[in-house]
Design a protein around this ligand. Structure first.
Ligand code: FAD
Length: 473
């Protein structure tokens, strides 16, 4: 792990290189920030700790919500930022930074259009489903549902602009001037004399702390026992810098979980399979909750089971989910098993056929409106389940943390007293999220990439404007 230090720059700092805007981290946040800053006239550089850009953004499904986008209008979908704010607040509940949710929703349509028009991202509106937390189809995503495609498009946009992007360059030190403004960063591993880059503005785009087990145990203890399924770079340097800087940390106990990582393949079992009518059962063949609370919130319930857990759905749902590349690959790799009867389905994993049969019968009765669901599920998608059935063993995962540095409307990092730290911005997983104060239940689909790309976009534009203002003064 990179050491996280904050040091005085000294009276006459010697920089190895100087830029207007230095971006730390080359995920969706960092590349969006760099593109926005460059397009607003700033001289920008990106430094990335790992051997390639992408971070968690590469592993995501690339879904970004946009309320009131022109793509929605073209599809005849009526939506607005106000409806999105209501949706996000409903699912997130209390937040340390309520204004951030409003800012993100109000800029979300512009953001999706900017991604397509200025960045050249190959994204389209998803009209098949709303996904967790949204009442209107507003997620825009690569057709493949692969975040890697979005990352590839961001990298191509960075390259077209000839923005330097240096991989294998971990930032360990932030430098401050005598007034407490951030004026540069030092690159290098522990024990190595850092190379020093001077910058009028520094943007923290280094994601959260999900790969740092000690920080996860400290802030998100309820999911500390789950495996982390994200990129290795998310080691929480931004939190460690924030503590030394006196920056305010917010929503620190919030995180995104995932209830159904296919085991042992390690790829996502698309939540479409559950949302559209599938169920999760334990090794006793019993359901154990209302799956409809969403893939993030339900992760804790899967983790609480003392047995293996399995997802079950039918052929029609399987065909629908097969529109997604990752799901199709999982099927091709043999990650799912197909059966023509409940007894055959149960036999794959030695589940008790009688109990499983009774579980599915009760679920189908609830889905068909003949009985109330034992766990209060109200939305059943295409269920009752019928015909050939599919089964997949799943495990719960931690995907990313949602707590981080408190920021203002333009992604400036705030101190505990509410003033901004001059020269410092944060976005994406490095900044506080919009998924509520604690737990995984507040996560709506797209919250991760929305705060990554929107705060990056705002940070980049504002940092460029600050640079112009300082130069003109
Ligand atoms: C499997 C999975 C699926 C997901 N699906 C979705 C989805 O569909 N929609 C959604 O909104 N969110 C999703 N998320 C969450 C989403 O991926 C993240 O919230 C988002 O990608 C964060 O973007 P970022 O730019 O802040 O971080 P990242 O993309 O992780 O980029 C941060 C970069 O900073 C680098 N870095 C870290 N420390 C340093 C340092 N000291 N010096 C230099 N570089 C550093 C890292 O190596 C990394 O490359 C998913 C997450 C996972 C794991």
């Amino acid at each position: 792990m990179t050491e996280a230090l904050v040091r005085p720059a000294g009276d006459a700092p010697q920089w190895d290189m100087e830029v207007d805007v230095l971006v730390i981290g080359a995920g969706a946040c960092g590349m969006a920030a760099a593109i926005a800053a460059h397009d607003a006239g700033a001289q920008v550089a990106i430094v990335e700790k790992r051997e390639r850009p992408g971070g968690n953004s590469s592993l995501s499904t690339g879904s970004v919500p946009g309320a009131g986008s022109r793509f929605q209008r073209e599809a005849g979908i009526v939506d607005s930022a106000d409806v999105m704010i209501a949706d996000l607040q409903r699912i997130a509940g209390e937040s340390d930074l309520p204004a951030l949710t409003q800012r993100m929703a109000r800029i979300s349509a512009e953001l999706c259009e900017w991604l397509v028009d200025s960045v050249g991202a190959r994204m389209a509106l998803i009209t098949d489903y709303c996904h967790v937390g949204h009442t209107i189809p507003r997620l825009h995503a690569p057709v493949s549902r692969r975040g890697q495609d979005l990352v590839d498009d961001l990298v191509a946009a960075v390259e077209r602009r000839e923005i330097p992007l240096a991989v294998n360059n971990p930032v360990q030190t932030l430098y401050l001037d005598a007034k407490g403004a951030v004026v540069g960063a030092g690159i290098g591993g522990p024990g190595v004399e850092p190379s020093r880059i001077g910058a009028r503005n520094v943007i923290l785009a280094s994601n959260g702390f999900a790969a740092n087990r000690a920080l996860v145990a400290e802030y998100c203890g309820e999911i500390a026992g789950a495996e982390y399924f994200g990129a290795l770079g998310s080691e929480g340097e931004a939190v460690l810098w924030a503590r030394q800087l006196g920056a305010r940390l917010a929503n620190m106990q919030a995180y995104q979980g995932y209830a159904a990582v296919a085991y042992p393949h390690g790829s996502l079992l698309s939540w479409t399979t559950i949302e559209k009518g599938g169920v999760l059962v334990n090794a006793r063949g019993e359901r154990f909750g209302n799956e409809d609370i969403g893939y993030s919130a339900y992760a804790r319930h899967v983790l609480a089971q003392d047995t293996n857990v399995y997802a079950i759905f039918d052929e029609r749902i399987m065909q629908l989910a097969s529109k997604e590349d990752e799901f199709r690959e999982l099927v091709e790799y043999g990650g799912l098993k197909k059966a023509t009867s409940v007894a055959e389905l149960a036999a794959f994993f030695k589940l008790p056929a009688d109990t499983l049969g009774a579980t599915l019968e009760a679920f189908n009765a609830a889905a068909g409106g003949q009985a109330a669901d034992a766990f209060g599920r109200a939305r059943f998608g295409m269920a009752p389940l019928t015909g050939q059935l599919w089964i997949c063993r799943v495990t719960p995962g931690l995907f990313h943390t949602q707590g981080g540095l408190a920021v203002d409307d333009n992604a400036r990092v705030l101190r505990d007293d509410g003033t901004a730290i001059p020269g410092l911005f944060a976005g994406g997983g490095a900044a506080a999220g919009i998924s509520g104060r604690a737990g995984a239940g507040g996560y709506a689909s797209g919250n991760g990439l929305l705060t990554a790309i929107a705060l990056g976009y705002l940070a980049g534009r504002t940092a460029a404007a600050d640079t112009h203002a300082a130069t003109a003064a």
